[in-house]
Design a protein around this ligand. Sequence first.
Ligand code: PLP
Length: 231
Amino acid sequence: MDSPVTVGQFEARLEGIRKRIADACGRAGRSPGEVALLPVTKRVPPELVNVAAGCGLDAFGESRVQEALQKIPLCPGHVQWHMIGHLQSNKVRQAVELFSVVHSVDSLKLLKVMEDACGQSGRTMRVFLEINVSGEGSKYGLKQDEAPAVLAACEAFPRVEVAGLMTIPPVSGDPETARPHFRRLREIRDSLRGISGMSLSELSMGMSHDFEIAVEEGSTVVRIGSALFRD
Ligand SMILES: *Cc1c(COP(=O)(O)O)cnc(C)c1O
């Protein structure tokens, strides 16, 4: 129960998820190449990350800086790490050393701290703005009406590149309840495009239980943990 999968199970899981992504793309008239699979390795031991990397996966998501600090040195050096969980300002300096993408930027303050930390370590960071679409669900995330000012401020942050938006819909047993949240995130992106002139081409949305719906609604990155790694 909820233990990590075996090596043999992992390969079958990966194949199954890729097929389901491709099928969802087919239903939506999209190409599977438009959707990146980000395997989420929180609570997954480094041995299994190494197996996944051996299958050609080269970017992984972690949700806590502390866990990532311990795990990343035990994993292949060529893979990229994405921070997907809530990031506190006092962890940004460490996060900048560990991660190349942050999916969970939810304040202007965080961006400013990130710009400074990137400047000091000579790095750049690709980020997603996390949007709290419904006002419920995740307690984190920017409200839609806060996003334009945050994007405008990014002009002053040359080391931070905003790739797009991310959302986490409210937890629900029925994946269909997530659909309006995913659709809304895409609409918010379209509107912010017009306001900011940025392309915001990426939409990070969809997890193990609802990724097919997210793909149907335009996701470009699905963040999948348990469906890949847990029994
Ligand atoms: C854990 C986590 C995921 C993956 O969740 P699963 O349901 O295990 O696929 C995706 N996004 C975030 C932000 C997470 O914390």
